[in-house]
Ligand binder design. Sequence first.
Ligand code: AP5
Length: 215
Amino acid sequence: MNLILLGPPGAGKGTQAQRLVKTLKVPQISTGDMLREARAAGTPLGLEAQKYMEKGELVPDEVVTGLVEERLKADDCGPGYMLDGFPRTVVQAETLEKTLDRMDKKLDHVVLIKVDDEVIVERITGRRSCPECGKIYHVVFDPPKDGICVCGYKGDFVQRADDTEEVVRERLKVYYSQTAPLVDFYGKQWLVREVEGTGTPDEVFQKVRASIGLE
Ligand code: AP5
């Protein structure tokens, strides 16, 4: 299965992707994670991306489209792929179409997770993740049981530098102006599956599964 997870920052794309990976057995391709890895490794691309990410702006299209094109060539994408946080602009979506055509790959579903802005701010400012395995938690809604991650890690959980209220509000503005037009772009291709992102992560997962015909 080939899919895109679309939705505002903090809608739960990463949380659902971590569940879907186990069900679908296809890799999660998160441009946000790829850019953060490049930044942590101190590569020129990562350092360039940091300038945009810390302000909540989008990294230039040509940087991310190149990363995704390379990643889609990997063997593990043979059975399918799950794009999380990409595409983010119409230009990225058009480039992806050409890439998929060239590779003879297709797209089955665009899952749109919808959540209100104020819930998003609450979710993002409380987000923490495991520094060992990357599992996503929330200090109130989804804390690690007894402070221990499912991977066994115990210690401080990490907060992303762009998870402040000020930067989240900027990311929301960017989402509505540059990413929301993709709903129409993919709507015209009858690919959009809308999911209400409220409820517990497991409840939302049931809705996501149903939206792509898994139940
Ligand atoms: P990226 O990393 O993609 O961030 P994002 O799209 O802003 O999305 P998030 O990761 O913040 O949220 P999410 O929807 O995955 O939510 P999560 O599951 O973690 O991008 C970061 C930056 O990189 C961008 O600003 C940009 O600069 C750059 N970038 C990345 N891709 C790019 C691209 N294609 N083009 C250009 N630039 C790009 O959940 C959030 C919190 O809520 C967690 O704490 C979680 O536990 C909690 N939660 C989840 N579900 C629920 C629920 N049902 N109930 C209660 N709490 C929940």
